[in-house]
Design a protein around this ligand. Structure first.
Ligand code: HEM
Length: 383
């Protein structure tokens, strides 16, 4: 197994409002990962047969292996992806964030979250930074997926969103020459090869990293769609909104992956590690990448409404893309509720110590309800 696996990973994410990534989907052609992803899509999307779990595991291992070669080369190019001190993170974010994020309390919240998850932020984030962090994270993720028990739809969503992002930044521009690493991992690596505590912490952190990459990318696609206004091609705008949806679905699957552990492991290891950060722990509401995606969704919808009026005046394909996108957002919160239920049942939220007196599950249900209201323009009837 590559040495990239099973050290607690760190990641570099943007502090600025821009993600300098070309969202155009390139033909991955001869890129090292291309053929493996094609096979994975085939296995995961087979409508004729039940999933062949062993073949999927083998193919995940091959895909991970093809990316390790790229990741190890890319890692050498990115020197700044070390964790920053709290002070550096704080200074960096304060300088880089827009008005919405600059509010004092929020800044501290984001810093706590980033510090815990091994996130460094760069105000001059480059396409190479994204490519390096993406390949490394996806290589590790596909590798660890061979040890998980995920719903096949979530597995497919992870593979799909990883492919979408890799195609936008790693395909067709030189990566093709990278040798893929030798196939050292096999589908039969025993799951007890690493201590249990290390595995849960590793998975929890890596899942959050993949979540962040998907969220930033999804946001970027929505911005690109809005930038096509006022007279862009409806087809192109719909494609961009669809890419935003696919990677939004990637964030949902990332949550299932991050929490793919027993309730006992979550309650005994992960939750205490979050409580140790400060009394009452902290929450996903302190996740900068998610907050940005949410704000961008709101502003994108507003811009399209300013241009076209109500959804009935939207071009057909743009309207359908927004309907599907908003549905995926509501489903994300429904998944989130189930994830919290599987980990904490009806226990009071982690935040109880700081005043949240009811269960996490209830908070998430309320959020789902609120979001249905916010997105009502593109959804069916709302009670
Ligand atoms: C990979 C990403 C995430 C995972 C795996 C995840 C998982 C979980 C889990 C296991 C809980 C139960 C917490 C407990 O009480 O111990 C929870 C609660 C919650 N999550 Fe997330 N979550 C993620 C991201 C987010 C994000 C981005 C938000 C932003 C709105 C969020 C908002 C909440 C809220 C409001 C609760 C309930 C109250 C609380 O304890 O904070 N989560 N989530």
């Amino acid at each position: 197994m590559s040495q990239l696996t099973h050290q607690l990973p760190n990641i570099l994410l943007p502090a600025s409002s821009d993600l300098p990534v070309d969202i155009k989907q390139k033909d991955a052609g001869a890129a090292a990962f291309s053929e493996e992803f094609r096979k994975l899509h085939g296995l995961l999307g087979d409508k004729e047969q039940l999933p062949d779990v062993d073949s999927i595991r083998v193919e995940l291992t091959h895909a991970a292996s093809s990316l390790y070669g790229m990741a190890e080369t890319a890692a050498a190019q990115t020197t700044s992806a070390q964790t920053m001190s709290k002070e550096d993170l704080s200074r960096n974010l304060r300088e880089a964030l827009g008005d919405i994020d600059r509010e004092r309390r929020r800044l501290d919240d984001f810093v706590i979250y980033d510090k815990y998850f091994g996130v460094a932020r760069s105000a001059s984030y480059t396409r190479d930074d994204f490519a390096a962090n993406l390949t490394k994270t996806v290589a590790r993720l596909l590798d660890d997926l061979t040890h998980t028990l995920l719903n096949i739809d979530d597995l497919a969503a992870i593979v799909r969103s990883a492919d979408v992002m890799l195609r936008s930044c790693c395909a067709g521009d030189g990566d093709t020459s990278l040798e893929s690493a030798p196939l050292v991992a096999t589908a039969n690596v025993p799951s007890h090869a690493h201590p249990r505590e290390t595995d849960t912490a590793y998975r929890w952190r890596l899942g959050h990293h993949f979540f962040a990459l998907c969220a930033e990318f999804s946001r970027h696609c929505l911005i690109a769609a809005a930038n096509r206004l006022p007279d862009g091609s409806p087809h192109e705008m719909a494609d961009l909104i669809d890419l935003a949806r696919l990677t939004l679905r990637g964030t949902t699957a990332a949550m299932w992956y991050a929490t793919n552990m027993s309730q006992a492991a979550y309650m005994g290891t992960i939750r205490p590690s979050m409580e140790a950060v400060q009394i009452g722990g902290f929450s996903g509401t302190q996740n900068l990448d998610y907050e940005r995606l949410k704000k961008t969704r709101e502003s994108t919808i507003k811009k399209f409404c300013q241009r076209y009026g109500t959804k009935d005046d939207f071009q057909f394909e743009v309207r359908e893309a927004f309907v599907a996108h908003c549905e995926a957002e509501v489903q994300d919160l429904e998944h989130h509720t189930l994830i919290a239920a599987s980990k904490v049942s009806m226990n009071p939220s982690l935040l109880q110590g700081s005043g949240a007196a009811f269960p996490a599950v209830e908070m998430l249900r309320l959020m789902a309800h609120g979001r249905r209201g916010d997105l009502a323009i593109f959804l069916g009837s709302v009670e």
